[in-house]
Ligand binder design. Structure first.
Ligand SMILES: Cc1cc2nc3c(=O)[nH]c(=O)nc-3n(C[C@H](O)[C@H](O)[C@H](O)COP(=O)(O)OP(=O)(O)OC[C@H]3O[C@@H](n4cnc5c(N)ncnc54)[C@H](O)[C@@H]3O)c2cc1C
Ligand code: SF4
Length: 451
């Protein structure tokens, strides 16, 4: 195959006005009238399956009933008592796999109650009100807890502990708090700087000190935290990304999808952000969809998302796959990357990716012998993240599949140390689950310190 065109990665592919329009809120907020109408579709089921399906067990019928009665403050209280990051979860939860999947209205009307959108309606109204704080802290306990990681797990843990009267110090390696809420989620899911607005609301409970640009990297630091604080919670997420391990991976134009999204989320003027003309995204999860759609929105001509198994095995939900297709992304299945090929005009740059076709044989993925070459100025790798912090093994943490092993409440094998969110073994890798982990560990820490 001859690759004749010079690599084409450039900024400003769109008219200035198009950026704002393309990156606007993907699911705009319900109006008051729409919210009341939608709330009236709820049957307020006894033993509501949605509340059980929600990882944070929000009392869904109760908050929806309050929206129907125009009691938005009461609705927000019911949400935030169970899920302190209910505003972000309302925007990013894959509801089609969680609460809305089991809504009785699915069988009756073929359409669930829009639980996520109603949740956002109530929480946004509270946050924009004159008095957004609804919780009061318990009397000070005199106990101090350290939290490493200011992502959803760490923030949920810190907020729950502060509410119970403890003092909390949150340490984070990055300059801004929020974890992937700030650096990872697709920008059209969380517009208007919502991640930082939510952090401000969480901190307004009091009793939480934030120390940014501080990285936990040595056993001595860990020992000091365990010595100086009454308990320690680790919510470090999965900071490293898997590599393809194929020739050509270091060519110019090949990048981690998570880094690409982080840069996009931190760029004020999207017209300054460079994007390829032909983009290939490798992976089949939420990160791959987010990277592919945002590449297309930035003006890439062709975006191909390539996954090595079939559609049913993809990490991205059906709704996310449809979202990618709606935005003009071409999805390929059963293709595994063999090599990133250099561009024929400039050999330092990526020019194409060669894939080996796969099939399932006796339960195993095997190559069929066929290959496919897709042209690419830019290659985004989205094949999963890993914890990869050597400190954990050095400190004798029990690990499972490279993540921290814990009991159901997040207690690790090291006394006084809890862990939750993506860094904890055996999870769903979702924002809402990280929030639940943080909340449960905070309650367990409180019980341990009160015993
Ligand atoms: C691109 C992308 C898109 C996603 N989209 C969705 C979505 O739409 N919906 C959804 O529900 N989930 C989504 N997820 C998953 C979701 O973002 C995560 O499950 C969630 O953020 C996990 O929260 P956490 O608190 O465990 O970790 P993180 O959000 O990763 O936060 C961890 C924090 O710890 C800090 N940290 C790491 N190491 C150290 C250290 N050594 N010292 C100090 N601080 C440290 C980091 O700086 C970070 O702030 C997405 C993930 C990615 C990567
Ligand atoms: S937090 Fe997520 S899963 Fe739970 S009710 Fe809200 S939208 Fe549904």
């Amino acid at each position: 195959m001859s690759l004749s065109l010079a690599p084409d990665i450039q900024a400003g592919r769109l008219e200035a006005a198009d950026y704002a329009q393309r990156f606007a809120d993907a699911t705009p907020r319900l109006t008051r009238a729409q919210a009341v109408l939608e709330a009236e579709r709820c049957l307020y089921c006894y033993d509501a399956p949605c509340a059980t399906a929600c990882p944070t067990h929000i009392d869904v019928p109760s908050f929806i009933k309050r929206i129907g009665e125009s009691n938005l403050r009461g609705a927000a209280r019911a949400i935030l008592e169970a899920n302190p990051l209910g505003g972000m979860c309302a925007r990013v939860c894959p509801t089609e796999n969680l609460c809305e999947a089991v809504c009785v209205r699915n069988t009756q009307e073929g359409k669930p109650v829009a639980i996520g959108r109603l949740q956002r309606h109530a929480v946004d109204a509270l946050m924009e009100s004159a008095q957004p704080q609804i919780f009061t802290r318990a009397a000070p306990t005199g106990k101090k807890i350290a939290v490493v990681g200011a992502g959803p797990a760490g923030l949920s843990c810190a907020h729950t502990l502060a509410k119970l009267g403890h003092s909390v110090v949150v340490f984070d390696a990055k300059p801004k708090p929020g974890g992937l809420n700030e650096y990872g989620l697709a920008s059209y899911k969380t517009t208007n700087n919502f991640a930082q607005a939510e952090v401000l609301w969480l901190l307004s409970i009091g009793g939480i000190e934030l120390r940014h640009s501080w990285r936990l990297s040595g056993v001595a630091q860990l020992d000091a935290l365990r010595r100086d604080f009454d308990a320690l919670f680790l919510g470090m997420g999965l900071p490293n990304t898997h590599q393809l391990g194929v020739p050509g991976e270091s060519l110019y134009g090949v990048q981690d999808a998570v880094d690409f999204i982080a840069t996009l989320r931190q760029t004020e003027d999207l017209a300054t952000l460079s994007i390829g003309r032909q983009v290939v995204v490798i992976g089949g999860g939420m990160t791959a969809v987010d990277a592919a759609v945002q590449a297309k929105l930035l003006g890439a001509q062709d975006v191909h998302m390539v996954y090595r198994r079939g559609p049913e095995a993809m990490g991205a939900s059906k709704a996310e796959q449809e979202w990618a297709l709606t935005n003009g992304v071409v999805i390929h299945h059963w293709l595994s990357p063999e090599a990133v090929l250099p561009n024929s005009v400039d050999a330092h740059c990526a020019g194409a990716v060669s894939f080996a076709r796969q099939k399932m044989q006796d339960g195993k993925l095997v190559a069929t012998g066929e290959t496919l070459v897709l042209e690419a100025d830019m290659v985004l790798k989205a094949i999963g993240q890993t914890l990869g912090n050597p400190l954990l093994a050095q400190a004798n943490f029990e690990l499972l599949g490279g993540r921290i092993a814990t009991d159901a409440n997040g207690l690790t094998n090291l006394p006084g140390v809890w862990a939750g969110g993506d860094c904890r073994a055996g999870g769903l890798d979702l924002t809402v689950e990280a929030v639940e982990h943080g909340k449960l560990s905070a309650q367990a820490i409180h019980a341990a310190l009160s015993a």
